[in-house]
Every structure is written in C-alpha cells, then in structure tokens.
Design a binder for this molecule. Structure first.
Ligand code: AKG
Ligand code: FE2
Length: 297
C-alpha cells in the first residue's frame, strides 16, 4: 500500500494536541519562475501565508459567475445532490462542492490563467484541483466556519502528504467587515497544529456543517492569535484571497442582510497527489477530496 512508503510528517488526531514546525516550503517555485505574481508579493505570501488581489476578475465577468452561483443554489436538482450542504437551521444551501465539474462556467474559471497561473507559480509545478466549492453564506443567520487549518483535514482525511497546496477564495458578492468574511492569522502557516481526538467514520457529513474532530483547543487558538493577530479580508466582488493550506483561518456568522458568497478553488501540486488518509478510517468522497490528478491545462 502507498501509505507504507510515505512518511507522516504531520501527526494529528492522536491522544493530545501537538505542534510541529512546518517541514515544507511555502513557495515551491523558484523566485525567477515567471508568472503573474510580482516577486515582492510572492515574498509577502511566503511570510504571511496569504496574498490579497483586488479585482482579480472584472465587474462584468463577476456578474456571470454570480449568476451561475444563483442558478446552482436555486436548482432543485442541485439541492438534492449529495455535493450540496444545507444549513441545519434554515435548510438553505450552505456549500456546493465540485462546482468545477457541475458547472462549465466555474470550470472555465479554474482554467483561467489569472487563477491557475498563480497556483502554478506558488506551487512550482503543474496543479490539479483537490476541491472546489461555493460557500453561499446568505444573510440573516448563515453560520460561520470555526477556526481550522485546511491542511490538517486534507492530511488526516484525504491523505495529502506535504504542504504543497493553495486555495483561492474569490468574492462573488461584496465581502464587508460585517458579513462573515474570511479571517486568517498571518504567519500561522509556519506551524502545524495536530489536533486531539480520533476521526469518526463519516466525519465529513457532520464536519461540513459544524466541525468537531480537527478543531484546535481554546488554549492553542489563544496562543496563535496572541502571537500572530487576526486579519479580516474584505473586498468588492472579483477580489481574491490566496492562502496557504496551513493557515489558521475561519469566519463568523452572517447576520447582516447582505449575502457573502465566494467561490473557493483548492489547487494541489501534481507532485503531492493524495495517498491514503493519514488519520482517518476511510477516504472522503471524491467530490470533497479528488483522486483524479489530471493537471489543469
Ligand atoms: O467560507 C468561509 O468563510 C471559510 C471557508 C473555509 O474555511 C473552508 O471552506 O475551508
Ligand atoms: Fe478552510
């Protein structure tokens, strides 16, 4: 089996919470690799673990993506698709996974050089999509995402061996400072926090609505926030936040009337393809953790 040959650099879901220094580079490409990210921005990304890009997508194009999101969340077939997650309280759609497979419009966004070109530049190789999703966050009570490192889950439950993965969150509605925008602890990506507690079978079904396994302790979060602070990302539709897979991040509830809808695309290096889960009894479904490693062209 593949797992036997892949060393577990980041132990997690054991008896106690543990911290391990990051064992991997943040920027895998050489500083001279050409690409859309300026050298100074790439350096800042290495240091902070994120890069905000205003107007990655212009207003007319954003409108196309926003309409596609509206179409998806109002399509009854999508609501009953296993790739949709609904809010437990309101039964409204919270997330739709694998939007780049469900929708030709979002497939085009993934292939867009402004998007995939930046991912290749950061990861220093060809990339494939490990996960894509829209997070809808409608107004009047959509719940937030508790603090987590995505890599902790992708390592434990999907079998990604190394930290060679980057996410982009593109705003499709305005992200105000009040409607549940993304928060990141800058610099937190340089430390891996292994969480306490074994992964239950089918953990993903619950964790997509509310996290449990893979949740950092209050003590660890207090320490990280004290050391790194917390940055909130705001921006008009079309603005993007690139963030490293090991950033400590989350977002609050949205009790405003203004929806905060974003599309998330997770690019993984083809040289870091998923093996067996490092700390879970079974693999998650492929619409959450891809097993098709075909590079985006
Ligand atoms: O949509 C958000 O505010 C955060 C989402 C997130 O962290 C995730 O989907 O992993
Ligand atoms: Fe996340």
């Amino acid at each position: 089996m593949t797992t036997a040959t892949v060393k577990d650099l980041y132990p997690t879901r054991g008896a106690t919470e543990v911290t391990v220094p990051r064992q991997d580079p943040v920027v895998w490409g050489s500083p001279r690799t050409p690409g859309p990210i300026a050298a100074a921005d790439l350096q800042a990304y290495e240091r902070d673990g994120f890069l905000a890009v205003d107007r990655l997508i212009g207003p007319a194009e954003v409108e196309i993506y926003r309409q596609e999101l509206d179409r998806l969340v109002t399509d009854p077939a999508i609501r009953f698709d296993e790739r949709s997650v609904v809010e437990p309280s309101s039964q409204e759609i919270r997330s739709v996974f694998e939007v780049h497979r469900i929708s030709e419009v979002f497939a085009g966004l993934v292939r867009d050089e402004r998007v995939v070109g930046r991912a290749r530049q950061i990861l220093g190789s060809d990339v494939y999509v490990h996960q894509s999703r829209i997070n809808v966050k409608p107004g009047f009570g959509a719940s937030g995402f508790y603090w987590h490192s995505d890599f902790e889950t992708w390592h434990a439950e999907d079998g990604l061996p190394n930290m060679r993965t980057v996410s982009v969150s593109i705003a499709l509605t305005e992200n105000h400072d009040t409607n549940g925008g993304l928060m990141i602890m800058p610099g937190s990506h340089k430390t891996f926090l292994g969480c306490a507690g074994a992964t239950p079978r089918d953990n993903y079904k619950k964790s997509l609505q509310m996290q449990d396994a893979g949740t950092p302790s209050d003590e660890a979060l207090t320490e990280l926030a004290g050391e790194y602070g917390i940055r909130l990302f705001t921006g008009e539709p079309g603005s993007a936040t690139w963030f490293d897979c090991n950033c400590m991040h989350g977002s609050g509830d949205n009790i405003t009337p203004f929806p905060r809808s974003n599309v998330f695309i997770v690019f993984n290096s083809v040289e870091n393809a998923a093996v067996e889960p490092f700390a879970a009894p079974v693999r998650r479904p492929e619409f959450i953790g891809a097993r098709d490693f075909t590079p985006v062209r």
